[in-house]
Design a protein. Structure first.
Lengths: 449, 234
């Protein structure tokens, strides 16, 4: 254990391999033991790279050009591999599916303890304590494949906590989670003894949890201040990053009905998901479809898009429909961004490039979709569903995990889109997303336990 | 009766070996039927793909191999003569051999399905010492199969959601490349997560292991006897 700050970063700069643009530049920061730090900034600003530098993954795992110095608990990360830092540091990543190694929950939590050489007799007690800390002891014997994303992300947190880290790095852990699940995950971070550095797009919750804010933009650290000062700075310089209020727009003039679902029912096997659901969508309006987990929002959206057939009920569509699924950045199929977008318009590249320009990605036309950042991929997917200019656009959780400025851009774009006589149905938990109407879906009686 | 992971894996291996060694159609059929009953204990959605793959492969062997084999004299059907392949015909002996091979293939494929769907891979992994890294790679690959299925469905839905029809084998084949690319991306992320949790660091320990129960010992003994029986009498 070293004296002095737990984390010392001096003049850190980093460039990923085969790129010219620095991911980090001139970062210097010190973090004391026990501090709770919110790491804020737009998508692609360098937050994840900074967290990876603190875990030693940059440069050891990713390669690239690294300059400056990062010291964790007195150990220089250039000479200490991430595996050797494990136990001092622990990290929870964005997507729980990408970090679970073992089949059963209990063994998953034990995996890190085994790796760092925890005495055999201590392992069971530490696994159980970690599962208890995230309120997941009841999941201990379950298989990871059977868990929801929220449960899985809590298991990932338990796996990190089991190592009793002095530094816990958390990289947008709620970006794949629904709002209630995200809240319960963030609650589990409160009261930890460890130093926590949390990168998070749910700014309000991050500010509640933290004592100090680091704001990164364009690869540089723009702000390092206590929360109160940081809120003032954000209000003056980056107001988009301050939590917004619920946004319901005024009703629109009654346009023609573009989509009408009446008495729609659906079940997966014996599990009833929808029972007589109804919704109507008129030209010129954005309708937010809300509801608790398991209320069948996504199922209803897929039925509306024609991707599922209801067991009962009537679906009327007056115009073409396109559907943007959750986590669309993962489901891109072509080798170039413009070809990806052109897929829906019979390979018309000119039209595809115009659609790319509408979402601010004209520069990426010849890039491979998987070379783009996660936020850019989401915008590419939006261009890919909107290029054919469908009259009805259905978006499933489009704001999950995107930064506030991008969220504002998306809502502005969507309002412009419906102004042209189209309509949009947005499945969302985000009450700050502007909509003309908000429809709440209840859990069917028969589906309640 | 619930077996520990290692005895269960040994039993599956023995049953697959017995099916391969069996020389009678009824014996291979009995093993295949037992395996099918075992796989049916897995949830329907998860077992569907495995069962379809195993039965389709077996059916393919049953239908095609008699046409190309040239065994036996009791001709049941005589077809045209094709260049390179010669005369297509089916004999009783060819049918018997095809049925035996098909049942062997189904039994082995279903043994793998039972391994993938029902076994506790973590406990299996904990029991292998020297080849732990290879066993871990196999366990992760098995665990990620359902994720791969989900990604394939996600890709299909993403394309259909844009109003693009994906039809036939050719249409679906276009999704293979992005599916592989996505899997590689996941593999990299997983490797990163493992490294940060200390994987590869010297001096690792293990969770305590439970000793074999009497049912474990009994099952392994029976499975070994079955292999011997398969080699000698079945």
């Amino acid at each position: 254990m070293a004296l002095g700050p737990l984390v010392e970063v001096e003049g850190l700069a980093f460039v990923y391999p085969r790129t010219a643009v620095p991911a980090l530049e001139g970062i210097s920061v010190q973090i004391e033991l026990g501090e709770k730090v919110a790491l804020l900034g737009p998508s692609g600003s360098g937050k994840s790279t900074l967290l990876r530098a603190l875990a030693g993954l940059v440069p050891h795992f990713h390669g690239g050009r690294f300059s400056g110095r990062v010291t964790i608990d007195g150990r220089d990360t250039r000479r200490t591999r991430p595996a050797e830092l494990a136990g001092t540091t622990a990290m929870v990543f964005q997507d729980p599916e990408d970090q679970v190694v073992m089949t059963s929950v209990w063994n998953e939590v034990a995996f890190g303890l085994e790796n760092v050489g925890t005495p055999t007799a201590e392992i069971p007690a530490r696994v159980n304590a970690a599962l208890g800390a995230v309120d997941a002891l009841q999941l201990a014997e379950r298989r990871a494949i059977e868990l929801s994303s929220g449960e899985l992300q809590r298991i990932c947190l338990a796996s990190a906590l089991a190592l009793s880290p002095r530094l816990l790095l958390v990289d947008e852990p709620t970006s794949q989670l629904d709002v209630e699940v995200a809240e319960s995950f963030l609650d589990a971070l409160t009261g930890l003894d460890a130093t926590v550095v949390l990168s998070e797009q749910r700014i309000g919750r991050a500010l509640e949890l933290a004592e100090r804010v680091l704001f990164v933009e364009g690869s540089r650290l723009l702000l390092d201040a206590p929360v109160v000062e940081a809120v003032e700075w954000l209000a003056d310089h980056r107001p988009d990053f301050l939590p917004g209020a619920e946004a319901t727009l005024g009703p629109v003039a009654e346009g023609e009905t573009l989509l009408a679902l009446a008495g729609v029912s659906f079940s997966y096997g014996d599990h009833i998901v929808l029972d007589g659901a109804e919704i109507e969508l008129r030209a010129g309006e954005v309708v937010a479809l809300e509801g608790r987990n398991g209320s069948g929002k996504t199922t209803l959206a897929r039925i509306a898009a024609g991707l599922l057939q209801p067991a009962a009920g009537d679906v009327q569509r007056n115009g073409t429909v396109c559907y943007l699924a959750q986590d669309p950045g993962r489901y891109l199929v072509r080798e170039r961004a413009d070809e990806e977008v052109a897929l829906a318009v019979g390979g018309d590249l000119e039209r595809a490039r115009r659609a790319l320009a509408r979402v601010g990605l004209e520069w990426a036309a010849s890039r491979h979709p998987r070379d783009l950042s996660s936020g850019e991929r989401e915008r590419l997917a939006l261009a890919a569903v909107s290029v054919s200019e469908p009259r009805i656009l259905i978006l499933d959780e489009p704001t999950r995990g995107i930064d506030p400025p991008r969220k504002r851009e998306l809502s502005d774009w969507l309002l412009g889109y419906v102004d042209e006589g189209n309509a949009a149905l947005v499945v969302t938990h985000d009450e700050t997303f502007p909509a003309h109407r908000r429809v709440r879906l209840g859990v069917p009686e028969a589906a309640r336990v | 009766m619930r077996l520990s992971a290692v005895p269960a894996a040994l039993c599956l291996a023995c049953l697959a070996a017995a099916a391969l060694l069996a020389d009678r159609v009824w014996a291979a059929g009995a093993v295949a039927a037992f395996m099918l009953a075992l796989v049916c204990r897995a949830p329907r959605r998860r077992r569907r793909l495995y069962v379809i793959a195993a039965l389709t492969s077996g059916l393919g062997v049953l239908l095609l191999s008699p046409l190309f084999a040239n065994v036996g004299f009791d001709v049941l059907w005589s077809g045209p003569t094709l260049p390179v392949l010669g005369t297509l015909d089916v004999t009783t002996e060819e049918l018997r051999i095809a049925a035996l091979n098909a049942l062997r293939l189904i039994a082995v494929a279903l043994a793998f399905a039972a391994y993938a769907l029902l076994l506790d891979h973590d406990r299996l992994l904990a029991s292998v010492g020297l080849i732990r890294r290879s066993a871990l790679a196999a366990a992760i690959a098995t665990r990620l199969l359902p994720t791969l299925e989900r990604d394939a469905a996600g890709l299909l839905e993403a394309v259909r959601g844009r109003g693009v029809a994906v039809e036939g084998v050719r249409g679906r084949a276009l999704l293979v490349s992005p599916l592989v690319a996505g899997s590689l991306e996941r593999a990299l992320s997983l490797a990163e997560a493992m490294e940060v949790r200390g994987f590869g660091r010297p001096g690792r320990t293990r969770v305590p292991r439970a000793p074999w129960s009497w049912t474990d010992k009994l099952a392994v003994t029976c499975a070994a006897l079955l292999v011997t029986g398969g080699a000698l009498w079945l």
